[in-house]
Design a protein around this ligand. Structure first.
Ligand code: C5P
Length: 229
């Protein structure tokens, strides 16, 4: 089955407070996006990857990728205001013969080859897979005033990561139905699940965290320096 990588890189990184796209910010001297892409080389998914970028930064992304991966071709697509819209644009740009799409956040540079391979195998077998780790913190549900209203049983809770990997027809249908319903989620597996699809969890690693804040970037630098991932 032909697999293709879709990288969601269209976030503006507002929580980084830097005023430039997070994916282009350096992690140990190299743009986060390049470090993330490098992780997919072993699976042969760098060539032809669809990369969804912020609409006003297309040239900057194209130039950066050309400098770091001169032998690779990419398909750059413009993102939307929300991650879900960005991914939808990327899904529309997949090669016509792609059967499995591996959707990954640009902001997770420490995904392992084992997770990538397992997510592809699981999606091929079940239709939909998400990488996730068991929740280690107790998770509280609160009301708008900040009062705790529920404490879900932690043993059944997982923290969602990417890659989320799907048979293309499965994820396209889920996106189409969510668009019709006006339903928005912060990940793609939730859309499949909402329309009664089955999503199987693939065990991730704590170091596959998402760089969101300056503290996460500092942690990612530390992981790099200490060769932890
Ligand atoms: O916003 P959040 O940190 O959850 O974003 C996760 C990933 O989705 C990031 O890699 C970001 O670049 C991407 N994203 C996107 N389009 C948006 C918002 C986020 O591609 N509108």
């Amino acid at each position: 089955m032909k697999s293709q990588l879709l990288i969601a890189a269209a976030g503006l990184g507002e929580r980084m407070g830097e005023g430039r796209p997070k994916a282009l910010m350096p992690l140990a001297g190299v743009p986060i996006l390049a470090r993330t892409l490098e992780r997919f080389r072993g699976a042969g998914l760098v060539e032809g990857a669809v990369i969804v970028v912020p609409s006003h930064h297309r040239v900057e992304f194209a130039d950066t990728l050309a400098a770091i991966f001169p032998d690779m071709t990419f398909r750059l697509e413009e993102g939307g205001r929300h991650r879900q819209l960005s991914v939808a644009n990327g899904l529309a740009a997949l090669d016509t013969d792609t059967e499995i799409v591996v959707i990954h956040d640009a902001a997770r540079p420490y995904v392992t080859a084992a997770c990538i391979d397992a997510s592809i195998e699981t999606a091929a077998a079940c239709g939909a897979a998400t990488v996730a780790v068991p929740a280690t913190d107790t998770i509280l549900a609160a009301d708008e005033e900040g009062f705790v209203v529920d404490t879900p049983d932690r043993s059944a809770l997982w923290a969602c990561q990417t890659p989320q990997t799907f048979r293309v027809a499965v994820i396209r249908e889920a996106h189409a139905r969510a668009r019709e319903d006006g339903f928005m989620a912060t990940d793609d597996a939730t859309l499949v699940r909402r329309y009664d699809g089955k999503v199987r969890i693939v065990l991730g690693t704590p170091l596959n965290f998402k760089i969101t804040t300056p503290a996460d970037l500092a942690l990612a630098e530390c992981v790099y320096k200490r060769k932890l991932a």
